[in-house]
Write a new protein. Structure first.
Length: 275
């Protein structure tokens, strides 16, 4: 029996390794192609490797005014949406986690509604409403449409974080005379903070890369970095421009993940989901 179990375990280990290698290839090869194009000046068929590498297209891309304008708009949108989402959703998440009220479960599940239907169809319906409100091709129109997409992240994850807080520590603090605000600041927030920070970070990154809402509601006046990259590709602009923008778009996500790795321990993040 022991030999049979070991053989089966070894077979599954090899299968897992094979799937892991396949996954790495599927993810790494497209990234490698994009990075190669971003630093390529000449690459003609049928050559397998570029004939000339260089930074000429980086210089041309970064010298374009529309690139810097799109980057500024993307950062401004992401910061605004994240701040509004935190302001609206975190108190709601605390209420869902700690309070009992009529319709609580129904309201909580309703935040999944925006993800339960085809996203583009939902955006078209919202765009029809925004057209009547003169919000099409405006900054705040894009903010509102992107805010809808953050609700699940900024509700569900913080709710789990608040539920994971040790209630006994809160009760002990109240027993020695601490007020509700002091308990929240000194006991609740330090325990829930890392997971809440993860939700805020994910919201910022997902907003920065959001494309469909920004394109449908913001075009043509509001162009974010992803929308600009799509315009380059659709208009058959030099392929290196799109590759350079792809690398630039990848950098904020990489920095955010590195920062999250330092600030958020895996145990803290898992604790929020384990409630």
């Amino acid at each position: 029996m022991i030999r049979s179990y070991s053989s089966t375990s070894g077979r599954f280990d090899w299968m897992g390794l094979a799937f892991a290698i396949l996954l790495v290839i599927v993810i790494a090869v497209p990234l490698l192609v994009v990075f190669t194009w971003a630093f390529t000046e000449v690459w003609r068929y049928p050559s397998v490797i570029p004939q000339k590498f260089g930074l000429r297209f980086w210089d041309q891309t970064l010298s374009r005014a529309d690139v810097w304008e799109a980057l500024f708009i993307s950062l401004r949108l992401s910061a605004t949406v994240t701040a509004l989402s935190a302001l609206i959703c975190l108190p709601a998440a605390y209420a869902f986690a700690r309070m009992k009220f009529p319709g609580r479960d129904l309201f909580f599940l309703s935040f999944l509604a925006s993800h339960a239907f085809p996203k583009f169809g939902l955006l078209v319906a919202i765009a029809a409403i925004f057209l009547q409100l003169n919000l099409i091709a405006t900054f705040w129109g894009v903010v509102l449409i992107q805010l809808v997409g953050t609700l699940m992240l900024m509700i569900w994850i913080p709710v789990a974080a608040f539920q994971a807080v040790d209630r006994r520590m809160e009760e002990a603090a109240r027993d020695v005379g601490a007020g509700p605000l002091r308990v929240f600041w000194s006991i609740t927030l330090p325990q829930a903070g890392p997971t809440i920070f993860a939700a805020v970070l994910l919201t910022f990154v997902s907003t920065f890369y959001e494309t469909e809402g920004a394109w449908l509601i913001g075009a043509p006046q509001i162009r974010t970095m992803p929308v600009l990259m799509i315009n380059f590709i659709n208009n058959q602009v030099v392929v290196q421009y799109g590759a350079v923008l792809s690398v630039i778009l990848w950098v904020p996500s990489f920095i955010a993940l590195i920062f999250a790795r330092r600030v958020i321990g895996t145990g803290s993040f898992a604790k929020g989901f384990g409630a």
